[in-house]
Design a protein around this ligand. Structure first.
Ligand code: ADP
Length: 631
């Protein structure tokens, strides 16, 4: 036989083998599971394709390497750190998805399966789950301070407790820390005259301050804030100030009045005083900020501080700097550990008990105190419905911006331990959310309905905005932006709009307003009239809807439209605390050993939280809890 004929025969044998074994069983040695080598596969994640490289020898998956992807940093991290490791450990692809990043998990699993399909002799074997034997022995731990919940409040508390010399254990039910904080829209509110000097104050903004000074005070604290503000604004005028005025007293007054005076003024007093220190605390830990200030949706004033993308997108800078500190300074973070009950002995909280994700019981005891920092209940439909009094419905048909772990566990545990709950009926909807959103800031944006018309003052309160959006066609609206919001395809805090969002069916981009109107199917004349109205409101200082927060004139191409709708976002109510963050019982007495901070608490934001106030609140009250619980 000639060499050529031999080659042909060999080739046809290979082809037959390939065809015969088909996809899923190409290992050619019948005793081996795999054909050794490296194989790539692709799966669909949240931000696009996820590609992996799987290395196998004859009978083992040796290694899984995830190639560069576009999943949200921070949010999807747990899927990438857990799933490949589990597959290698169990030699099975029937591993559970990771709570909180299900889509990324499924994408990784799909990619690994696609890679293995090219080499495995027996896919059925790989798809069999490996039985997990869980120990029933209780894991016991002890530290000075025990913190339940590893979001922004919990991690801020942990930093302060460590600084005060306490040993710290953070108990976190999810496979990663971060909670709702890491998903936050990137705004930290505090008055900060240095930064606010870059922004001119309009006559309508000055009038708003004067109106606040003239309000009938509800109590002595409010009166004292007004007196301070009056003096400050007189000094500002005497110094012929033209920049945007702000101060802790104005911040307190707006927080109180835009929460309809439902919040506890004593907590708001601390909030306004300490907000700037909280910002400096994050900066001291490594957070970096973009220049100037912004106005988050519902902030009602230009005092939102925006972190850079140093720690990743969205709210990463409000929690990862603290995590770095905690890890470097000996704090212990127990992931996948769900607290189920506060341990009470002789009326004092002495620890917490619960179960790991795998089902093993644990008990963590506190030599000093326990801090609850478990966040809100926006993702708990049952609780939403139980407490809702102000929205037509909050059943499962209403989406939420929250992570799956925002189920109000801490509120339930604290109540069982005798804690009083306040403001539970106040549930916030974020008026504008979904795949059409790329920034939390409204100063250079306006909203139109599907008819192309503005319908509300975009710098208003979140409750008012959400109610207005719910009344529009399909309860959806377009956020209209220009190059002042998206510069060179990227927003101020690093969201890659052109690369990651345009073309997703919710975000539209055009070089002209005509084209944008066409793409979103609204009459051009109406869109143009909305732009003219926006610019005219800046020029005249009078907006038909009463908007006062503006930055630049609108009209710099390219133009963007994002389709959005309201979603459950924040729960203002929760456990009652005093200004030391000690949890109070139904008689107003302190529950010994128990502190709380963050969204698990009520009483700060009243009936409506200002956009950007949550991050300030969780950070500064988290710090206070950490300091006091260490005493
Ligand atoms: P905050 O903004 O108040 O810090 P977050 O939502 O950011 O609230 O963080 C709360 C954290 O608490 C989340 O990481 C969440 O997974 C965690 N958590 C909630 N319930 C429990 C629980 N039962 N056990 C442990 N951790 C919990």
């Amino acid at each position: 036989m000639s060499i050529r004929k031999l080659l042909c025969l060999a080739l046809s044998v290979i082809m037959v083998l390939t065809v015969f074994t088909g996809c899923g069983a190409p290992a050619n040695d019948s005793n081996s599971l795999f054909k050794p080598g490296k194989y790539t596969g692709e799966g669909q994640g949240f931000g696009g394709a996820i590609e992996v490289e799987v290395e196998v020898d004859t009978d083992k998956i040796l290694n899984i390497k995830v190639l560069p992807h576009k999943e949200t940093q921070g949010v999807s991290d747990a899927a990438f750190s857990t799933i490949p490791k589990k597959i290698v450990e169990t030699q099975s692809i029937a591993v559970d998805t990771v709570a909180g990043c299900t889509v990324s998990s499924k994408g990784i699993l799909e990619a690994v399966k696609a890679a293995l399909t090219q080499t495995a002799a027996d896919m059925d074997k790989l798809e069999k789950a490996v039985e997990n034997v869980v120990s029933t022995e209780t894991i016991t731990k002890e530290s000075d301070v025990v913190i339940v919940g590893g979001g922004g409040a919990g991690m801020s508390a942990a930093v302060e407790a460590l600084k005060a010399g306490s040993s710290v254990t953070v108990v976190e039910k999810m496979p990663a820390v971060g909670g709702n904080t890491i998903l936050a829209g990137s705004a930290y509110n505090t008055s900060d005259q240095e930064r606010q000097k870059t922004h001119e104050m309009s006559a309508s903004e000055l009038k708003r301050i004067e109106d606040i000074v003239a309000l009938e005070p509800k109590n002595d604290l409010m009166k004292s804030w007004q007196e301070t503000l009056k003096k400050e604004i007189e000094d500002y005028k005497a110094a012929k100030g033209t920049y945007l005025f702000d101060s802790p007293s104005l911040h307190k007054l707006q927080t109180y009045m835009d929460g309809d005076y439902v919040g506890n003024p004593e907590l708001i007093d601390v909030f306004g005083e300490k907000a700037f220190e909280g910002y400096e605390f994050l900066t001291g830990l490594g957070a970096e900020w973009v220049d100037g200030v912004n106005a988050a949706v519902g902030a009602t004033w230009m005092r939102s501080h925006t972190p850079t993308a140093k720690y990743g997108a969205k709210g990463a800078s409000f929690v990862l700097p603290q995590v770095e500190y905690v890890e470097k300074n000996g704090g212990e973070i127990l992931l996948n550990s769900k607290a189920e009950e506060l341990i009470m002995e002789n009326g004092k909280c002495v620890g917490v008990k619960g179960k790991t994700t795998e089902g093993q019981p644990f008990e963590v005891r506190a030599k000093k105190n326990v801090i609850l920092a478990t966040g809100g209940f926006g993702a708990n439909v049952e609780m939403r419905q139980k407490y809702n009094k102000h929205w037509p419905k909050l059943d499962e048909s209403v989406q939420t911006t929250n992570h799956v772990g925002a189920t109000g566990d801490g509120i339930v545990m604290a109540e069982a331990a005798g804690a009083n709950l306040v403001g539970m009926e106040w549930i916030q909807m974020l008026p504008t959310y979904g795949k059409g959103v790329f920034t939390a800031y409204i100063e250079n944006q306006f909203y139109i309905n599907k008819e192309g018309k503005r319908f509300v003052k975009e710098d208003g309160r979140r409750d008012e905005l959400s109610k207005a959006v719910l009344e529009q066609t399909d309860a959806q609206i377009y956020i209209i932006s220009d190059a002042n919001t998206v510069k060179d395809g990227v927003t101020v805090n690093g969201s890659k709009v052109d690369e990651q969002l345009v073309g997703n069916g919710y975000v539209f981009k055009a070089d002209t307003l005509e084209d944008l109107a066409k793409q979103i199917n609204v009459p051009y004349e109406d869109l143009k009239a909305s732009v003219d109205q926006f610019n005219n409101s800046i020029k005249t200082g009078t907006d038909p809807f009463g908007r006062t927060v503006f930055d630049k004139e609108f009209g710099k191409a390219p133009f963007y439209a994002g389709l959005t709708n309201p979603m459950v976002h924040h729960t203002m109510g929760g456990v009652e605390i005093n200004t030391n963050t000690q949890v109070l019982d139904k008689q107003g007495n302190v529950i010994p050993g128990l502190y709380a901070a963050g969204e698990v608490t009520g009483g700060i934001h009243g009936s409506n939280r200002l956009g950007g106030n949550a991050i300030a609140g969780i950070t500064l009250f988290g710090r206070i809890a950490g300091q006091n619980a260490s005493k």
